[in-house]
Ligand binder design. Structure first.
Ligand SMILES: CC(C)(COP(=O)(O)OP(=O)(O)OC[C@H]1O[C@@H](n2cnc3c(N)ncnc32)[C@H](O)[C@@H]1OP(=O)(O)O)[C@@H](O)C(=O)NCCC(=O)NCCS
Length: 158
């Protein structure tokens, strides 16, 4: 990615984040989260986000939750036109830095077993599968997809 800026996601970013979420998850057969749903989410305890900007436009974002020493990646999405340029990796790194600074020692996430791009991103970043929820994600007319639960430890040097 030529040049981008990462910063904490704030309320004015929610409109763009909802647009990015809808566009990113529709091809997976999932309904995107609305601006209102995200506003409620980031108002809940321990939830925050990061946004990645290119030329002042939001090109990706991620939301996470920290509860004591455990954190969860709630979602991550990159504009389709900006993919495979390191934005997803940069957002994930920013989330890891953020939750680690907040005291988390473990980061969990859930990902569709039918989502090779996300699985490759997580495998490349030291996440390991620790569980599977059968038929967790409805996929429109097609069969539901399993969710893989993945974990990465965030211990110093980990
Ligand atoms: C998953 C997603 C966030 C990745 O964003 P991205 O900006 O394209 O990711 P990056 O360019 O940082 O890629 C980092 C690594 O992830 C892997 N990767 C990303 N997209 C991939 C793809 N389409 N196929 C295979 N591997 C892929 C590669 O290992 C890549 O490293 P490389 O480019 O050096 O080979 C993006 O595809 C997306 O928004 N998808 C739709 C929403 C989604 O599935 N979110 C995750 C739900 S759990």
């Amino acid at each position: 990615m030529p040049s981008f800026e990462l910063r904490v996601l704030e309320t004015p970013d929610l409109e763009s984040a909802a647009d990015l979420h809808r566009a990113a998850f529709a091809p997976l057969g999932e309904r995107g989260w609305t601006r209102q749903e995200m506003a409620e989410l980031i108002a809940s305890p321990g939830v925050s986000g990061v946004v990645l900007l290119t030329a002042s436009e939001a090109a990706g974002f991620a939301l996470c939750r920290v509860a004591v020493d455990e954190a969860e990646l709630l979602t991550i999405a990159v504009d389709a036109a900006q993919r495979r340029r390191g934005a997803g990796r940069a957002l994930l790194a920013a989330v890891i830095e953020r939750v680690r600074a907040a005291g988390a020692t473990t980061l969990f996430l859930e990902v569709g077993a039918d989502n090779p791009a996300a699985l490759a991103l997580y495998n490349q970043n030291d996440f390991h599968t620790v569980g599977r929820r059968a038929g967790y994600y409805a996929r429109g007319a097609g069969p539901a997809a399993d969710a893989l639960v993945m974990r990465r430890t965030l211990m110093p040097g980990g």
